[in-house]
Each structure stands twice: as structure tokens, then as C-alpha cells.
Ligand binder design. Structure first.
Ligand code: IPM
Ligand code: MN
Length: 362
């Protein structure tokens, strides 16, 4: 099992180090190799996704990714910005299926900005299409406006587009995921305005006919944004396009009160995957040793389950994380009165301890 370890920028190095530590106590044989990605890669090699890093990622069974980005790169030409690294990995590895679970852990119910009764027990899964839509559609660019009221003026444009096979494959992913859960899928679109998303809705509906045991409904994205804060527990599996999924998954993450807890997986057709926390590089707290490593540790668990075929090891990590929360250990982002504030490393150590203790007593 070969894992490409790409820590990236900001808190990336600190949180990935804890996840690696956890992987190392599982008594499994991994080959792990680390490479630069994002802003640090630009600084050291002149590109956010150097050839060698891409090659390593392609050859690995899975990629464990930290985070990329820092304000200091905002002025760079787009192709050199840290975000291009993650977009390039998604495109080059064909990672079209993005799983973003939003789970409200029992002990953290009060960290949510919503009333506890609205989020207690929340467990939804956002499935975001990751390699199409307006993110990658061509043409895009800047030019003199060819027509309209402002003809001749400078303008910028992007292209929203989806092909039938792209929609079909993500729809299958969603229906299959729903079969393992409560057998409900909400497809989010903007079919009332956009041709791309009328097509999306039609194709998802067609694919749904192959899954008569799964209940499919459709929701416009604006309404979905509202329902997510009104009655989030009404959702189970949500499937949507790249851009709506970007926005709704941040909203859903915040419902749980703790973006520092949420892992994510991005898979391609051969189950090769990239695993990263749902949060970003948090340059404001980088190097301070206070970042929450649990989202990355839980991402490593998803990696074991989805790409490395080690569901038992994944269970062990997930149950260890619940143990440390039950012990009252909290990093600053999830700390509340009456719990014990710990740093990044101490949290990682506690997860390791919870895993090894269980192994011994078994
Ligand atoms: C995400 C991020 C990325 C995205 C950025 C960093 C390119 O916001 O993974 O959600 O927009 O997809
Ligand atoms: Mn995002």
C-alpha cells in the first residue's frame, strides 16, 4: 500500500504529521513518501504542483493531503497559486467523486451556531462532483465584450458545462452511497434557470430509475442553502455539481460547529483517492501547535476504508477519536468550559494512545 503524503502549507505540516503518526501504530505495512505541494512547492520548485509530486500521487494508491494556500501568494499569476495544486491533482487523477460528510459529534453539539436540537445527531453526506462544471469548463478568459449593452468593454467569462457521462457516474456514486445509508438522495440543481442543471436534473432522474429502492428528490440550490440551516436533519445524501457542492459543503460543515473535525475523500473510477481535511491551511495559526488534527486523522480513516481496503483499521481510528472526545480532550477550535484544552501533538498522541490501549486489552 503506497501513500503519497502531501502536507502543503500553513497548518498542513502539523496536522498531517499527526495522521501519519496514527497510521504508523496500526500494524499495517505502508510505504509512505512525502512531497511538496502548494505554496511551499512554488517557493522551492517554482510550481505549486511539481512534476515529481504529480508523479508520486499518480503512482500511489492514495494521497494524504494537508492543505494549501496563504495570502502571500494571492498576487501570483493564477497558474502559480497554491489552489492550482489541488485542482491539478483532481483533474490529473480524475478524482470526480468528492465525499464530504457533515457529522455532528455528540460531545460537540453545543459548538454549532444552530440550536442543539436542530443538529444533535446530524449525519449527512454531501457528494460533490469534482472535475466538471464551471470550475473546469472551457472557454474561459478575459476579452473585450463582443456584444450587449457594454460591447467593447473589458469582460471576464467562465463556462458551466456537464456531459451526460459525468452526471451519470456521480449519480451512480450517490445512489450507491444512499443504499448503504437511509436510501434517500437529494439532488441539488438550479434547473429553473440554468440549462446545465436542467440537464443535470434529467440525467439524475434517469439514473435514479435503476435504483427503485432509493427515494430521489430534487431541490434548487437556493432552497437547499435555506433548508440546510432550517432543518438539516431532513437531508441524508446530497448530490450536486462542483460549484454548488463547494458552497453547500462549507455551510454543512459549519452546522456541526467544528470544521476542524470533518474529513473528506475524493475518488476516481479505480478507487484511487485523495484524502484531506475539509478545512483550509489556516495561516493565522500555522506553526503554533494549536490546530485540530482530527479532521486529517479521520481523513486517514476514510483512506483506509475507501482506497486501501482496511475497514477494520478505519473503525479503530474512528472509535479512538470518539474516545478522546469522551475523555474531554479538545483543541482550541472545539474547546468549551469544563473540557481540557490540548495542542495538535497532544491530540495526536491521545488518539495513538486510545488505539494502542484497545489493542492491548483485546
Ligand atoms: C475546496 C476548496 C477548493 C475548491 C479551492 C481551494 C480550489 O475550496 O476544496 O472546497 O474550491 O474546490
Ligand atoms: Mn471549498
Amino acid at each position: 500500500m503506497k501513500i503519497a503524503v502531501l502536507p502543503g502549507d500553513g497548518i498542513g505540516t502539523e496536522i498531517v504529521a499527526e495522521a501519519v503518526k496514527v497510521l504508523q501504530v496500526l500494524d499495517l505495512q505502508f510505504e509512505m513518501e512525502t512531497a511538496d505541494v502548494g505554496g511551499v512547492a512554488y517557493d522551492r520548485h517554482g510550481h505549486p504542483l511539481p512534476e515529481a509530486t504529480l508523479k508520486l500521487a499518480k503512482e500511489a494508491d492514495a494521497v494524504l493531503f494537508g492543505a494549501v494556500g496563504d495570502w502571500k501568494y494571492d498576487k501570483l499569476e493564477r497558474q502559480f497559486r497554491p489552489e492550482q495544486a489541488i485542482l491539478g491533482l483532481r483533474r490529473n487523477l480524475g478524482l470526480f467523486a468528492n465525499f464530504r460528510p457533515a457529522i455532528c459529534y455528540e460531545q460537540l453539539t453545543h459548538a454549532s451556531s444552530l440550536k442543539p436540537e436542530l443538529v444533535s445527531g446530524l449525519d449527512i453526506l454531501i457528494i460533490r462532483e469534482l472535475t466538471g462544471d464551471i470550475y473546469f469548463g472551457q472557454p474561459r478568459g478575459r476579452r473585450a465584450s463582443p456584444d450587449g449593452a457594454f460591447a467593447g468593454a473589458e469582460e471576464a467569462f467562465d463556462t458551466m458545462r456537464y456531459t451526460r457521462p459525468e452526471i451519470e457516474r456521480i449519480a451512480h456514486v450517490a445512489f450507491q452511497a444512499a443504499r448503504k445509508r437511509s436510501k434517500r438522495v437529494t439532488s441539488v440543481d438550479k434547473a429553473n434557470v440554468l440549462e446545465t442543471f436542467q440537464f443535470w436534473k434529467d440525467v439524475v432522474t434517469e439514473v435514479g430509475q435503476q435504483y427503485p429502492d432509493v427515494k430521489l428528490d430534487h431541490m434548487y440550490v437556493d432552497n437547499a442553502a435555506m433548508q440546510l440551516v432550517k432543518q438539516p436533519k431532513a437531508f441524508d445524501v446530497v448530490v450536486t455539481g462542483n460549484m454548488f457542492g463547494d458552497i453547500l459543503s462549507d455551510e454543512a460543515a459549519m452546522l456541526t460547529g467544528s470544521i476542524g473535525m470533518l474529513p473528506s475523500a475524493s475518488l476516481n473510477a479505480s478507487s484511487q483517492g485523495l484524502y484531506e481535511p475539509s478545512h483550509g491551511s489556516a495561516p493565522d495559526i500555522a506553526g503554533k501547535g494549536i490546530a485540530n488534527p482530527l479532521a486529517t486523522i479521520l481523513s486517514a480513516a476514510m483512506m483506509l476504508r475507501f482506497s486501501l481496503n482496511q475497514p477494520h483499521a478505519a473503525d479503530r481510528i474512528e472509535s479512538a477519536v470518539k474516545d478522546v472526545l469522551a475523555q474531554g480532550l479538545r483543541t482550541a477550535d472545539i474547546w468549551s468550559e469544563g473540557t481540557r484544552k490540548v495542542g495538535t501533538r497532544e491530540m495526536g498522541d491521545a488518539v495513538v494512545a486510545a488505539i494502542t490501549k484497545k489493542t492491548i486489552t483485546k
